[in-house]
Design a protein around this ligand. Structure first.
Ligand code: MN
Length: 207
């Protein structure tokens, strides 16, 4: 069963003015689709692998045969990361989107970072420093929230970590609107973070 591009869970313009509709069209319809097309092509002769979820493949990359491992890591990673990413954002101004977090994740952020502003600062500074293309992530490790980055499309799942929140800092995610100003994109992105989804993913991370 080939992987398919999940529809964007909101309108392409829903994240305006923080993320523009043109970026969303290119990012979702072209970039995400390309990762899916590439991983499907690589797995065409591996129906046993294609029958698994892409997240399961990423959790155990060593079990993926060497001839397709890099494609799964890069393009399967791209599919997994972007699927999470679209759901981690929501329409500007809607309930549970932007502003400070609520629920269990808010309590855990207060516990592990002191307050929300300190957490945001840590996330933005860590992610701004990721050299070249990659992602910034919030994960739970040994019961504590931690901000990490990965290069390219590497998934935290491959390190045994479940991504609770993640931001894409490939230039394709922000260059049309923000050009070289990655910190401005990072700062604006908090306006579209969907805390309802973050709380759901936090519950999964806790297991
Ligand atoms: Mn991307």
């Amino acid at each position: 069963m080939a992987y398919e591009l999940p529809p964007l869970p909101y309108d392409y313009a829903a994240l305006e003015p923080h993320i523009d509709a043109e970026t969303m069209h290119l990012h979702h319809d072209k970039h995400h689709q390309a990762y899916i097309t590439n991983v499907n092509a690589a797995l065409a002769n591996h129906p046993d692998l294609a029958a698994k979820s892409v997240d399961d493949l990423l959790r155990d990359l060593n079990k993926v045969p060497e001839d397709v491992r890099t494609v799964v890591r890069n393009n399967g990673g791209g599919h997994s990361n972007h699927t999470a990413f679209w759901n981690l954002m929501g329409p500007t101004g809607s309930s549970g989107v932007g502003g400070p977090p609520s629920g269990a994740i808010a309590e855990q952020i207060a516990k592990d970072f002191g307050d929300f502003d300190t957490f945001k600062k840590t996330f933005n500074e860590t992610t701004a420093k990721q050299f070249g293309a990659g992602w910034g992530w919030l994960v739970l490790q040994d019961g504590k929230l931690k901000v990490i980055t990965t290069a390219n499309q590497d998934s935290p799942l491959s390190q045994g970590l479940y991504p609770i929140l993640g931001n894409d800092v490939w230039e394709h995610a922000y260059y049309l609107k923000y050009q070289n100003k990655r910190p401005d994109y990072l700062a604006a992105w908090w306006n579209v973070v969907n805390w309802v989804e973050v709380n759901k993913r936090f519950a999964v991370a806790k297991g």
